[in-house]
Structure formats: C-alpha cells, structure tokens
Design a binder for this molecule. Structure first.
Ligand code: PLP
Length: 425
C-alpha cells in the first residue's frame, strides 16, 4: 500500500535525523508520506486516502484547506506574503482575539507555541523578579530549554542533555490540589509563575477540574506570582474564545497557537496590560524590561490572514455544538465497544483511548495515563491506519473537525469493533 512512501521516507532518513523534523511524526514501521489534504482527508503519495484525526497537530478545526481560509490566503499571497513590517491583517486578528479573550489586553505574535511559552515564562520572571516556574507533571509547552522538564513518565529524569538550571523548574501533579499546593508552598518566596494547560493535551487529553485550577490560581495570586494558562490546544477548540472564562479564572498571561493560525505558523502571547508593558522597550530600562518580541516571521501577513479568516468562520458558523456532539458520540460508542478494557478521556471534540492496566481505574493526570498500555494503543492506531484508512498519530489524542461527520465516527467505531474481535482471536 505504501511503496512510494517507503522509498521517499528512506530518502528522508538520509537527510534528516530519524527521517523527521518533529520527533513525534515518526511511527513504526515508517510514516506514510502525504501528498495533499482536503477536508477530513489526507492523501499519501501512493494515493491512499485517510480520514484524519491528527488534523495538523490538532490545529485544523475547520478541516484541511477550507475554501473560506484558502480564498483569503490566496488573495494575500497576490499582495505579497512577507513584509517584515507592520501590517493590517495583524491588527484585524488582534481585534478579533481581544473581543473574546478577556486577558488579551495586549498581544504579541510569534511563529510557534514554543516561542510563546518561552516568552510567557520570561515575562513572568521579569514582572515578579522571581526565578521558579511551576509546571504540571506531563505538561507539554513545546521544546523550550526551560519547559522541557517532567514531560515523560516517570517525570523524574532529565528530558534531554544540554539543559541547564533545571532546578528552577518544579513540577506539580495535575488535579491534585493538596499535593500541588504543598509543593508550591515550599517555593512560594521565589515562585515566578505556574504554567498549566486547562486540558492536558500531549499528557493524555485530560481536563482539569475547575476546583484545581481555581485553587492554584488563588495560591499563586496570594503569593505575588503569576498564573499562566497555556491554551495553545484549548483556545477556540471548545467554544469561540478560550476555555478559561467558562471556569471563571483570571489568568495573567494566556498563550495561544494552533487553531488561531488557521494552519499557518503561529504563537500568541496575550496578557494583562500592566504585565505586557514590561516588554515595552520604550518604557523600561534594560535591567527592568522583559526583552521579548523577535522573530523574522512573527506577525507575517499569511499567518495573520489565515488566523483571522479561521476565527471569522468559527464565529459565523458556530460549529462547536456539532463537533462536540460527534466527540461525545465517539467517546460513548468507543467505550461501549471496548468495555472495561479502556478509559476514554477528553472533552467535546477531543478524545483519547487509554487501555487500562496495573489497576488504573480513573485517569486524572499524566501518571495515570502513563500507566496504561501505551504499546496496545500504538497497535490499535497502526491497525486503523493500515486496515481502515483512519489516521490518528499513533499514541495521540484525536481531534474532530468541522469536516468530519457522524458517518466517519461510525466507521471508526466499526473499525474498532473489528480490532477488538481480531484481538480476541
Ligand atoms: C499545550 C501546548 N503548548 C505549546 C505547544 C508548542 O507549540 P508549537 O508546537 O507550535 O511550538 C504545544 C504543541 O503541541 C502544546 O500542545
């Protein structure tokens, strides 16, 4: 089925470490090579068609190449695609974001989520004059040297060589108020900020409880530290706007990415004005300012136009009730199919299957998720690719887009049924 992919991937291995540029894009035996994408489908170089649940690292909520975005981007391309100057599409996107994200009193753009979280942490340290950053066990905020800690189970070893001052990053268990507060309390004098995803994405598609986020926020604010929310996955995923206002939270800095770029590179740093002003080079001396705001391609007119077109479409069409219904249906039917063997986590249009083992009965944090049978999950996803033309990046959560329909989810459930039957034989 994948003869041409195999050849091209072999060539790719000659040029690229491990054949890839993003580590998670490799999967066994070798990844298929994509030629084009439209709507819910990826087409590979051997002309196999896959119903895609990876959806560009979960960034494509409207599906692949929707015409509403394509038309506006094409128009922009006709007018040039890289100015390196101030441009109006940026102003339009910010005006749209500010109307719906209360914390976005001031905004800065970068070209990846990684950069956005890197700056967010620097800003928090500048504003508070403190050093320590608390993140979540299993929290993923990109590959910054700072936040590359406690990403993978068992969270105790360094994630990489080449990292320095790792003692300045500490880690707390998701959804465990008592333990988290105890750990935060032990460093409160020097705590610059906490950084948390309201739904743990890479760590297992696990929503935080409102009680947990509220408790951390309250502690942080009481101790003159900042509360950072990483909404790079969750921003505009469940509703038109961020998730946090539904939980009555008051973050100081919010990072966005993925969906708000409409499939073009983006990272967004949103924050309260008095905090963001530390980045104002005209206002603060060198020793006080937070020197953020670089990037050759930051606020490039293509990402800005594509992001604005995507948010405009999301506002107009209100697709959220449709895709969350599909997500609820997927979780319910997959659970029925697998029975006690699995726990399906997620929220609305995001869902993930965990094959339980070692007595795991609920999944509230990344440790619970890591104790599940990750190998079996890879096998399930690989079989869906090979036998059913259904693509989840093996081991990762699935994202439903506006291009998916109930029949796609039914096909997924049927394919899963077959997988469980084959498995029993
Ligand atoms: C919650 C979260 N933060 C940050 C990032 C990093 O974003 P990027 O891959 O655009 O650098 C990701 C990427 O998956 C993410 O899921």
């Amino acid at each position: 089925m994948t003869r041409r992919s195999s050849k091209i991937f072999a060539r790719s291995q000659k040029f690229h470490v491990g054949g890839v540029s993003h580590n998670i894009r490799f999967f066994e035996p070798y990844p298929f090579v994509v030629k084009s994408a439209k709507g819910k489908n990826l087409i590979d170089v051997d002309n196999n068609k896959f119903v895609d649940y990876w959806m560009g690292h979960w960034s494509l909520i409207l599906g692949h190449a929707p015409s509403s975005v394509k038309n506006r981007v094409q128009k922009q391309v006709n007018n040039g695609w890289m100015f390196g100057t101030v441009n109006n599409p940026t102003v339009e996107l910010s005006s749209t974001i500010q109307k719906t994200v209360p914390a976005a009193e001031k905004i800065r753009y970068v070209t990846s989520g990684t950069e956005a979280t890197m700056y967010a942490v620097r800003l928090a340290r500048s504003v508070t004059g403190k050093k320590i950053v608390a993140k979540i066990d299993g929290g993923w905020h990109g590959y910054t040297s700072e936040l590359l800690k406690t990403v993978n189970w068992p969270f105790s070893k360094s994630e990489s060589s080449g990292l320095v001052n790792e003692e300045n990053i500490i880690s707390i268990p998701y959804n465990d108020v008592e333990k988290s507060i105890e750990i935060l309390n032990s460093v409160k004098e020097d705590l610059a900020c906490t950084i948390i995803e309201p739904v743990l994405g890479g760590g297992g598609c696990i929503p935080a409880t409102q009680e947990y986020l509220k408790a951390v926020e309250e502690f942080v604010h009481k101790n003159n530290s900042l509360f950072l929310l990483d909404e790079i996955v969750t921003g505009f995923r469940f509703r038109y706007g961020c998730l946090y206002p539904t939980m009555k939270l008051d973050p100081d800095i919010v990072t966005l990415g993925k969906i708000v770029g409409g499939g073009f590179p983006i990272g967004v740093l949103c924050g309260k004005e008095e905090i963001m002003e530390y980045a104002n080079t005209g206002k603060y001396a060198k020793e006080e300012r937070s020197y953020i705001g670089g990037g050759t391609f930051s606020a490039n007119p293509i990402s800005m136009t594509s992001g604005h077109a995507t948010l405009t479409e999301l506002k107009k069409k209100s697709i959220y009730s449709k895709i969350s219904k599909l997500g609820n249906y997927a979780r319910r039917e997959l659970k029925k199919t697998f029975g006690d063997k699995v726990i399906i986590t997620g929220k609305d249009s995001l869902f993930m299957t965990h094959f339980v083992k070692d007595g795991v009965t609920q999944i509230n944090n990344a440790s619970d998720a890591a104790k599940c049978d990750v190998e079996l999950l890879h096998r399930y996803h690989t079989e869906l690719i090979a036998k059913d033309g259904i693509f989840f990046l093996p081991g990762k959560l699935g994202a439903i887009s506006n291009a998916h329909s109930i029949s796609d989810i039914k096909n997924l459930v049927n394919a899963t049924q077959r997988f469980t039957e084959d498995f029993h034989h």
